[in-house]
Write a protein that binds this ligand. Structure first.
Ligand SMILES: NC(=O)c1ccc[n+]([C@@H]2O[C@H](COP(=O)([O-])OP(=O)(O)OC[C@H]3O[C@@H](n4cnc5c(N)ncnc54)[C@H](OP(=O)(O)O)[C@@H]3O)[C@@H](O)[C@H]2O)c1
Length: 279
């Protein structure tokens, strides 16, 4: 089968990495289902689709909602007959020192970043297993490789995604299904604007307030030097069109440096470089 007959589903396509990935896949011949939780945000992608005559369809899909996920995947399978690529991209960040996080804030984050991926993937797998082919791309992060102060909740969701993906890759290989983790560094998207700051962390009397201010200043500076979103969509395209994709792909110069440091430095040395973020 040639690439231009393959069917791709992308979650969180209203902005950022999901938006760019949906366009990139469609421009490279995939019939692409650009899903998003709020279809009123589909105007931009629809206008590019019309202008460039791209094979893109938009569907409502909220990864935290069983009914919405079931509906979207059922519709896609009945329309397209197959799903070759699933890009689990929808996600957001939560910042705050661990003691300042409420259990509800942490649960909400896991509901999107972890259970969202579980929900959509479990719905898609029977179709891929029947086809004896498919590729699942999970958008992790540099935060799936190492922890940092103020990031315990977000980092732990991405570590969960890494462990889940690595484990299911063994289970799915016999059925011809591949699993890929994308690990972006700082990427210029809406991510920083959509970031939730834990309620208690916003209180200046929090014992972690000073530490969090320093982390925030340092990460804002790194975010300003972030990579353009096309860096990630290009790597996703490379992974899904490769005969033998890797399990992990780094995306961005910054994360390449951190990952190399993590590999070559002792735990103590690496700890000290990250500790500087809070200085
Ligand atoms: N930008 C970075 O620096 C960076 C670095 C590493 C990893 N990542 C990861 O990249 C992924 C995409 O983020 P981004 O940078 O492209 O940020 P973004 O521009 O904020 O995009 C996030 C997307 O996820 C969607 N989303 C959030 N909750 C959802 C839900 N319940 N159901 C469906 N869609 C939902 C958002 O939809 P709405 O428009 O409706 O909010 C939006 O389309 C995330 O998993 C993030 O963790 C980002």
């Amino acid at each position: 089968m040639s690439w231009d007959h393959k069917v791709a589903v992308v979650t969180g396509s209203s902005s950022g990495i999901g938006y760019e990935t949906a366009l990139t896949l469609a421009r490279n011949g995939f019939l692409t289902y650009a899903t998003m939780r709020n279809l009123s945000k589909s105007d931009n992608i629809k206008s590019v689709t019309n202008k460039e005559k791209l094979p893109i369809r938009t569907n409502q899909l909220d990864v935290t909602d069983d009914g919405s996920v079931n509906n979207a995947i059922r519709t896609i399978v009945s329309e397209a007959g197959r799903i070759d690529v699933l890009v689990n991209n929808a996600g957001y960040g939560l910042v705050g020192a661990f003691e300042d996080l409420s259990i509800q804030e942490i649960k909400d984050l896991y509901e999107t970043n972890v259970f969202g991926v579980v929900r959509v993937t479990q719905k898609v797998l029977p179709t891929m297993r029947r086809q004896q082919s498919g590729i699942i791309v999970n958008v992790s992060s540099g935060a799936g490789i190492f922890g940092y102060p103020g990031g315990s909740s977000y980092v732990s969701t991405k570590f969960a995604l890494e462990g889940l993906s690595e484990s299911i890759s063994y289970e799915l290989e016999p059925f011809g299904i591949k699993v890929v983790l994308i690990e972006p560094g700082f990427i210029k998207t809406n991510f920083a604007n959509s970031m939730v700051v834990a309620k208690r962390a916003q209180n200046p009397s929090s014992p972690y307030s000073q530490m969090m201010q320093k982390i925030s200043a340092n990460s804002n500076q790194m975010a300003n030097n972030g990579s353009p979103v096309g860096v990630v969509s290009k790597i996703i395209l490379e992974a899904v069109t490769s005969k033998n994709p890797n399990l992990r792909y780094l995306a961005g110069k910054d994360v390449e440096t951190w990952a190399a440091n993590k590999k070559t430095m002792s735990d103590g040395e690496f700890y000290n470089t990250i500790k500087n973020l809070a200085r």
